[in-house]
Write a protein that binds this ligand. Structure first.
Ligand SMILES: NC(=O)c1ccc[n+]([C@@H]2O[C@H](COP(=O)([O-])OP(=O)(O)OC[C@H]3O[C@@H](n4cnc5c(N)ncnc54)[C@H](OP(=O)(O)O)[C@@H]3O)[C@@H](O)[C@H]2O)c1
Length: 266
């Protein structure tokens, strides 16, 4: 991997106030990219910008809520004025609520649909015209390995991620006509605030820095899908290829294992 690949590349990252988005922003800034870190929390973005003050291009910030199309369009206009275009857009923001469907509220379900799915549609509408000004345009969507399967207490979240992947892969043809590369990132469990809340606590979490390094290797190669870590990727792909009846039986086993685990943790 070349250390120069991202130098002077103009990158927008949504959901940059924590976890993967924040770590990507810092690493890209260190590698000389012109990073615009976006989020809805101004104070957290300012702290992030201060961390990169000594980089070649200190991180710039942009406050907007990805579930609001008007705010997303205004952000695109601001970035256009600031940088004249953008080379890479990483649509990363998401939320996750877990629990049986009985316990999830309609508000939580709506927030997941709006943040994890609709925001991708808004982001593409607002930022693809900016990518069209770039000589090296690259659209990146953050999905999840859970887009390939549903697990107890996570299936509403995973269905929003599956919808997001479906939308992005469906868009690939139109993007290709505009010479825009597309990468969909489908991580397994990575050590962040989101994964710490997860009911999948028995699944090992990948170290955040290692995850960032392998994501950037994939982005540099402009891979159409980046799945990590490899072990989880393989297991999920094998599971997804099983006949439906066998998958249902495995689901029943995993549901009861999870309930037993929860009972013994109380
Ligand atoms: N960590 C994992 O194990 C894992 C696995 C698979 C996929 N992913 C995906 O990776 C991405 C990053 O996850 P993470 O683990 O880094 O989660 P995280 O630490 O919870 O970060 C999520 C980010 O999204 C932002 N966000 C949420 N709603 C927003 C909104 N309406 N407008 C703007 N920003 C909003 C959050 O901002 P606030 O600070 O304002 O809340 C935060 O910066 C997500 O797409 C997630 O689905 C993560």
């Amino acid at each position: 991997m070349s250390n120069h690949y991202f130098r002077n590349t103009r990158v927008l990252i949504t959901g940059a106030t924590g976890g993967i988005g924040q770590a990507l922003a810092l690493e890209l800034a260190q590698r000389g990219a012109q990073v615009i870190a976006a989020g809805r929390n101004h104070a957290k973005l300012q702290q992030l910008a201060e961390c990169s003050q000594h980089d070649q291009h200190p991180i710039q910030t942009c406050v907007f809520d990805v579930t609001d199309f008007k705010q997303t369009l205004a952000a695109a206009q601001k970035i256009h004025q600031l940088l004249g275009g953008i080379d890479m857009v990483i649509l990363n923001a998401a939320v996750m609520y877990q629990g049986s469907f009985d316990t999830l509220t309609v508000d939580q379900c709506q927030e997941m649909v709006n943040t994890n799915y609709l925001s991708l549609l808004y982001g593409v509408k607002a930022f693809v015209p900016l990518l069209e000004h770039s000589a090296i345009p690259h659209l990146v969507g953050m999905s999840s390995i859970l887009s390939y399967l549903y697990t107890p207490e996570n299936f509403v979240y995973s269905s929003t991620k599956a919808a997001g992947s479906h939308f992005l892969f469906g868009l690939a043809h139109e993007l290709k006509n505009k010479n825009i590369s597309l990468s969909v990132i489908s991580p397994g469990r990575i050590n962040t605030g989101m994964s710490k809340k997860s009911t999948l606590a028995n699944v090992p979490a990948m170290d955040l820095n290692k995850a960032i390094k392998s994501i950037l290797i994939g982005l540099e190669k402009r891979k159409s899908e980046i799945i990590l870590p490899y072990s989880q990727c393989l297991a999920v792909k094998l599971y997804a290829k099983l006949p439906c009846t066998i998958r249902r039986k495995l689901d029943i086993v995993s549901y009861s294992l999870l309930s037993t685990l929860k009972r013994t943790q109380v």
